[in-house]
Write a protein that binds this ligand. Structure first.
Ligand SMILES: [Fe+2]
Ligand SMILES: [Fe+2]
Length: 224
């Protein structure tokens, strides 16, 4: 959820309305790198939306924020003689870290669900390969950021837009989730939601906020 938001939406009615908004809106026109990533994921994990596939998305989702945080810390090291400027960079670090933490909850909640449902996963496809893809995505995000931050934000906006739509579609195509309670050890850390459909709609809404944050940064970069 949005780290700046004191009262995140958790009611079923509100979340359903937000899901409708996503499902009624067109996806972004994804760039080449994002399309390559989505095609690779479809080829390796199948086109069908599954908990295991979403878990792979979440392993990857954290790394752009880690890459930006890394570059920003280097920048702080080089600019601390100008405290006001260094502080603005540090505010950016804190924001990136909050989003990274949010993705971390998504990942832990999904892992817990996979284990509870007894879904079998292979070591190579579900443990090793996601880390390789994340490694590649980290360096791509890092390099794009160093070349031009807007390029890295744009790739992330594509990734988050895709995740937003996929989660909302997942909630819609699984009506049984409406009756499965969200019973998790992470409930207090994440959000008190009544069922799994609301959980996926809530995660989808988080992804929309991450996307909007990246789009705002593109705008800021344009006018600075
Ligand atoms: Fe996520
Ligand atoms: Fe996200």
């Amino acid at each position: 959820m949005n780290p700046d938001e004191t009262e995140p939406l958790t009611g079923s009615g509100d979340l359903k309305r937000e899901a409708e908004k996503t499902l009624g809106s067109a996806r972004r026109r994804y760039g080449l790198l994002a399309r390559m990533l989505f095609v690779t994921l479809d080829l390796v994990y199948g086109r069908k939306r599954t908990l295991s596939k979403f878990k792979v998305l979440e392993v990857i989702a954290r790394v752009p924020y880690q890459a930006w945080e890394h570059v920003a810390y280097i920048a702080v090291t080089h600019t601390y003689r100008w405290p006001d400027f260094a502080r603005r960079i540090f505010d950016f670090v804190k924001e990136s870290r909050a989003q990274q933490d949010n993705e971390q909850w998504h990942l832990l909640i999904l892992e817990e669900l996979v284990q509870k449902k007894g879904i079998r996963e292979g070591f190579f496809r579900h443990r090793l390969l996601p880390q390789f893809i994340a490694f590649f995505f980290y360096h791509t995000s890092w390099l794009l950021y160093v070349i031009r931050p807007a390029l890295s934000y744009s790739l992330n906006a594509d990734f988050e837009d895709h995740a937003e739509h996929e989660y909302m579609e997942f909630a819609k195509e699984n009506p049984s989730f409406e009756h499965e309670p969200f019973d998790s050890t992470f409930r207090e850390n994440y959000a008190r939601l009544s069922n799994l459909a609301d959980l996926f709609r809530r995660i989808g809404l988080d992804e929309r906020m991450h996307k909007e944050e990246s789009l705002n940064r593109i705008e800021k970069a344009r006018f600075s």
